[in-house]
Design a protein around this ligand. Structure first.
Ligand SMILES: NC(=O)c1ccc[n+]([C@@H]2O[C@H](COP(=O)([O-])OP(=O)(O)OC[C@H]3O[C@@H](n4cnc5c(N)ncnc54)[C@H](OP(=O)(O)O)[C@@H]3O)[C@@H](O)[C@H]2O)c1
Length: 426
């Protein structure tokens, strides 16, 4: 089986190392040799280690998609517009495609999977979500008979590392971020991670498969972790909880039928919940199915080798399908509507800094009261002589009500900073 590789960076070079070190065993398992015939890179002069034969390098993507002997194209370019063009061209040329490109799939999932099915080829993307965790195949194959009601995941390793440092070491957000950078868990520009956008891209893909619905990253309500403070982590600690950035897709219903709501936001998680113990850069996804009950998948969400392992499994799967003359079915069928996030009743924690003087608490509480938001608990920490950090924990209410309340709270002259709106995982 001849393979064309687009991109030979962290994941591409790990894939080359894996193919070389497991060559004989893979031959036995697949029934034929997996041979990388050409590799697209930007800079062919760069040293790529002992597993990459320089003679295979090219700077022409077309040389790969138009090579009739290449049957599977592996796209590992990252966020470059060439990725989409190359995937479409490869499918139209009758090749199966394996990709790890979450950005692309979070907007073009349906178009690309429909195109693949229409030409009788596969597009597989296990590595696009939660790196080495075999979640996509579990949803796509093992859980096909399940009516999934809820998916809750920690699917961004950078933010999980930062939150674990804040919780376990009492570090502030910026110190935890610089430690993440030092250890290589955060990129030079971490904004896509800490804003929640990266997790939202992955959630869009997960929700599309789990609920048979076309979900784009822009459908996901996203809040990041940049507003969280050490005082919020201490609030969680005092209450037997930890704060996690959770990506949630949940099936609900209204008068017109089933609804799926999708959101990424920081949440208080009880220490007794399995997700509370997922620390450092690890990822985990917790699934609730009608018949199977609860499932937890946990493991490395990134890294060259874990991600290459997921890519290799897809390559083998695609090769087998090509030899058998079959392909996977397109996954998306429009079976529901998106929405309902703002109407679901649940509890929230709101963290803010205020002037520390008499009457301030009553002023803020009155705004909650005016909007009909009932407070279950409030904790206050003195920050400096004239400033206090407050966390309000509400009884059940809706996101729409909280949004309106916080709009008014933010206008109060006594409020110095509105830090974060934190969900409470029920
Ligand atoms: N790294 C991870 O842990 C991880 C985890 C899960 C998913 N992924 C996904 O896997 C994919 C690859 O990630 P990566 O970390 O391996 O990226 P990377 O290290 O930045 O490598 C990208 C590769 O693509 C080549 N490339 C990019 N644009 C190109 C263009 N226009 N023309 C020719 N070559 C081009 C680069 O060539 P040069 O080497 O010449 O610059 C490089 O070899 C991404 O979609 C990423 O989101 C990565």
């Amino acid at each position: 089986m001849r393979i064309g590789l687009l991109g030979c960076g962290t994941v591409g070079s790990a894939l080359m190392a894996l193919l070389a070190s497991e060559r004989d065993w893979l031959h036995e398992r697949v029934g034929e040799e997996l041979e990388v015939a050409r590799i697209l890179v930007r800079d062919p002069a760069r040293d790529r280690g002992p597993y990459v034969d320089r003679a295979l390098l090219t700077t022409s993507a077309e040389a790969i998609w138009s090579d009739p002997e290449i049957e599977v194209v592996v796209e590992l370019l990252g966020p470059d517009p060439l990725a989409r063009r190359a995937i479409v061209a490869a499918l139209e040329a009758g090749k199966s495609v394996v990709t790890a490109n979450k950005e692309l799939l979070s907007t073009d999932f349906q178009v690309l999977s429909t195109l693949a099915a229409s030409v009788g080829r596969d597009i597989f993307f296990e590595a696009a979500v939660a790196g080495g965790i075999p979640l996509v195949r579990a949803l796509r194959v093992s859980l096909l008979g399940e009516r999934i009601s809820r998916v809750v995941g920690i699917i961004n390793g950078t933010t999980n590392f930062i939150l674990t440092r804040m919780q376990d070491h009492g570090e502030g957000f910026l110190d935890a971020l610089s430690e993440a950078r030092r250890l290589g868990y955060a990129e030079a520009d971490p904004s896509g991670d800490i804003s929640g956008r990266d997790a939202a891209s992955k959630l869009a893909i997960i929700a599309s498969i789990a609920f048979g619905l076309e979900v784009s990253v822009d459908d996901v309500r996203v809040e990041g972790i940049e507003g969280l403070t050490e005082a919020d982590a201490r609030f969680a600690e005092r209450n037997g909880q930890v704060i996690k950035l959770l990506a949630t897709a949940e099936r609900t219903a209204d008068e017109q039928g089933p609804l799926v709501h999708v959101e990424v936001a920081p949440a208080l998680v009880d220490r007794s919940h399995p997700l509370a113990h997922v620390g450092g850069p690890d990822n985990a996804v917790y699934l609730q199915g009608g018949a199977v009950g609860q499932l937890l998948f946990q493991g490395p969400g990134a890294g060259g080798m874990p991600t290459a392992s997921a890519v290799l499994a897809d390559v083998i799967d695609a090769s087998r399908n090509l030899r058998a003359g079959v392909c996977a079915r397109a996954l998306v069928a429009d079976r529901g509507r998106l929405g309902g996030s703002d109407r679901k009743r649940r509890r929230f924690a709101i963290s803010l800094d205020v002037e520390d003087r008499p009457g301030v608490l009553a002023t803020v509480s009155q705004v909650f009261g005016r909007h009909g938001v009932s407070i279950a608990r409030m904790e206050q920490e003195e920050m400096s002589e004239d400033s206090a950090h407050l966390v309000f924990l509400t009884h059940d209410t809706t996101l729409a009500t909280i949004d309106a309340t916080l709009g008014d709270v933010g206008e109060l002259p006594v409020v110095r900073a509105l830090h974060a709106l934190i969900r409470v995982l029920a």
